[in-house]
Design a protein around this ligand. Structure first.
Ligand code: 8OZ
Length: 355
């Protein structure tokens, strides 16, 4: 029977199991440059079938949080090389998550200029800045003639990721960031070919995916979506129709995987969207995420609801998560106080079963 421990082929990669380390922002990259400590953190978790890194901003324009890593400069590429080498030395596989925050940013990161978004609609809530929380500001709507530049930021970042030794990239089109802002009618009120109909709202994701695929190959590209997550004040009037069409569009391009955050930020199921309807329309590998444990992960794979399962908080606190699952061992509790920023505490000091 196929379960979490069954190997699976992802493009040219033979993954040793179907347990994915989910992308998690940890804010431990001063000046945006990955460190040796980050390499150690990812190395510790290399027994995952696949690691998807924390979001890495694709440009200066894309940043929105303190001390998140970038993937667009030579120094950042050099920093990431220590990470990818550490994971590969431990026989793991690692994709880089490409991230542009769009309106979920603050002028503090942009020399006082407004963050960019599909439309000038301010998000409810506050941005994380180096000076603490500050109210979100009204973003500047991107001009149509700036869109090719956005697409090129993704293409360039994907090329940088391959230079840094990653096995591939995941496009972050979830959780209310730029690509999600374009998808949703709550944040996208454009009147050009990037707004209005679903076909128009998915156009940026389509162009970005096509550009990244042309740069590095479809077998090295995945996309993450979060159809029911209202995090970052994101809303859509017709999410089922929207994400069904996203899945069909991504099938046509032929990317390797679709990574679906199935729950709300609070971890709840929202029956307004049928995830299987979305998945049925996608013909690559599907990665499910959102509150899974071992039993639910195995069940999702056994019923064909997912090919792989991504674990976030359990992976943060359990570097040897596959081994613990295998042995039905107890899991370490995650310490919320050390999720974002700080040092090795709550980062590389969670014990393994052998410790
Ligand atoms: C939590 C804190 C900061 C960023 C996401 C990148 O939601 C994030 C994120 C989550 O995808």
């Amino acid at each position: 029977m196929t379960d979490l421990f069954s190997p699976v082929q992802l493009g040219n990669l033979e993954l040793s199991n179907r347990i994915v380390m989910a992308p998690m922002t940890r804010n431990r990259a001063p000046q945006g440059i990955p460190t040796e400590l980050m390499a150690e953190y990812y190395r510790q978790r290399a027994s995952a079938g696949l690691i998807v890194t924390e979001g890495a901003q694709i440009s200066e324009q894309g940043i929105g949080y303190p001390a998140t890593p970038g993937i667009h400069t030579d120094e950042q590429i050099e920093g990431w090389k220590t990470v990818t080498e550490a994971v590969h030395d431990a026989r793991g596989h690692i994709f880089c998550q490409l991230w542009h925050c769009g309106r979920i940013s603050h002028p503090d990161y942009h020399g006082g200029s407004k963050p960019v978004a599909p439309s000038a609609i301010v998000a409810a809530g506050q941005a994380f800045t180096y000076e603490g929380l500050k109210d979100f500001v009204e973003p500047r709507a991107l001009d149509a003639d700036e869109i090719p530049g956005i697409v090129d930021q993704y293409r360039h970042a994907a090329a940088c990721a391959m230079q840094a030794g990653f096995d591939g990239v995941e496009l972050h089109s979830a959780n209310g960031y730029l690509l999600d802002q374009f998808l949703r009618d709550g944040t996208n009120r454009r009147t050009d070919v990037y707004g209005g109909s679903i076909e128009n709202r998915i156009r940026l994701l389509k162009e970005v995916t096509e550009a990244v695929v042309a740069e590095i190959g479809a077998d090295k590209v995945g996309v993450r979506i979060s159809p029911v997550n209202a995090f970052n004040d994101i809303h859509d009037s017709e999410p089922q129709a929207l994400f069904n069409q996203v899945a069909e569009m991504l099938t046509d391009i032929g990317i390797a995987f679709l990574h679906v955050v199935e729950v709300t930020m609070a971890g709840d199921v929202d029956r307004a969207v049928d995830m299987s309807d979305i998945r049925r329309r996608f013909n690559g590998l599907s990665i499910a995420n959102g509150g899974y444990d071992k039993a639910r992960g195995n069940a999702a794979i056994a019923d064909g609801r997912a090919d792989l399962v991504a674990y976030g908080i359990p992976y943060l606190a359990n570097p040897d998560l596959p081994e613990r699952f295998k042995q039905d061992a107890a899991l370490n509790e995650a310490d919320q106080a050390t999720f974002y920023g700080g040092d090795e505490h709550g980062y590389t000091d969670y014990p393994t079963l052998g410790d």
